[in-house]
Every structure is written in C-alpha cells, then in structure tokens.
Design a protein around this ligand. Sequence first.
Ligand SMILES: Cc1cc2nc3c(=O)[nH]c(=O)nc-3n(C[C@H](O)[C@H](O)[C@H](O)COP(=O)(O)O)c2cc1C
Length: 198
Amino acid sequence: MGRYTVAITGASGSAYGMRLVERLLAGGHEVTLVMTQAGIDVAAYELEFDLPAEEPARALLRFLELSAESPLRIACAGDLFDPIASGSHAVDAMIVMPASMGFCASVAAGLASNLPERAADVALKERRPLIMVPRETPLSLVHLRNLTALAEAGAVICPAMPAFYHRPHSLDDQVNFLVGKVLDLLGLEHSLFERWGE
Ligand SMILES: Cc1cc2nc3c(=O)[nH]c(=O)nc-3n(C[C@H](O)[C@H](O)[C@H](O)COP(=O)(O)O)c2cc1C
C-alpha cells in the first residue's frame, strides 16, 4: 500500500481534497493530511466541517464516515519538524487539492515557508510526483507563469476543470470525476467515473 501526502489549501473546492483523502484511505493507503489556515477556513465555510484542534484525525474520519482505525495522520501547517518536511521521509506522491494561486506562487518561488509549501518543495527536489490541482478563474499572466514554472520543475498541473462528457448528474459526480483523474495520475484503480469507450 502507498503513502501519500495531501494538502488542502484555501482555494474553493475543499470537497475535492476531502474526497481524495477518503478514497485513498478506503483503498488502504496511508495518508498525511495538512491544511493551511485558509484551507481550514474555506472547508469550514464550504463543507461546514470545522477541523478541531483536539483529535482532528478522529473528527475527520467521522466526517468522512471511515473507520477510526484508518491510517490518517493530520499534520499542522506550522510544524516544520513534521516528517513530511524532510526528503528522507519517503512518500509515494504529494497532491495539493485544491491549490490556491497563492500556494502555487509560493511553491514556484521555492519559499517553503510553512509545512505544506516545504513538503511540495521536497517533492520537487526529490523528483517525487507532485500533483497540483489549482482552482481559479480567470487566470492572470502571473498565475499562468507560476503554473508554468511548477510544470517545468516537474509538477503535474491537473486543474479543477469539470467535464461533461461523462454526463454527470450531480455535484458528487463532478467531484468524483476530478478525484478519479488524480487517482489515474497516481496509477491507482478506481470506479469513480465511467471511462470513455468502455
Ligand atoms: C470562500 C473563499 C474561496 C476562495 N477561493 C479561492 C480560489 O478558488 N482560488 C484561489 O486561488 N484563492 C481562493 N481564495 C483565496 C485564498 O483562500 C487566499 O488567497 C489564501 O491566502 C490562500 O492561502 P493558502 O494558500 O495558504 O491556503 C478563496 C478564499 C475564500 C474565503
């Protein structure tokens, strides 16, 4: 089974990151989740889920309706001593979902000023898969340049762009579509959407 780092930042679409965490854990993978403060605030606003300071993993597992024994660890964005801050801590991939434009800018500039930024910086320097799921529209030239810099440094840019060819019936279908695209990039099997031609 794999070991994944998921970061949820303050872009709209915390539901994507939450569904990804849920699917990875349901697939038996180990997950370290780190949320920026804006990520916590936007998730509270969009999902009505408040990440508590006490036993956050237990609260999130309950919210996701997963077993309390699921291998979820929640790291604190301010804790630069966390294992994911070091390249010597092996992970299979890091996914930033959703990624704010501010977060993309920081990683493109190599700031590493908090734990999720540092973990993304580590993924790039260690040449490990880094999947960024930016969400913003329209995109300014600054955004586009930062995304280009990230792609040049080895990140995969997988924008939160809903599709319609799979004939979604609900928002849930749209969330599943994007999460399924990320699982495809990770090489993990899923049945979150019906594949074209199958
Ligand atoms: C409700 C809400 C929705 C937001 N949506 C986006 C968004 O889709 N994309 C984006 O780049 N920023 C968005 N922002 C702004 C970010 O939260 C803000 O830039 C924040 O500083 C990002 O911090 P972080 O990168 O540390 O998470 C949103 C803010 C709020 C309050």
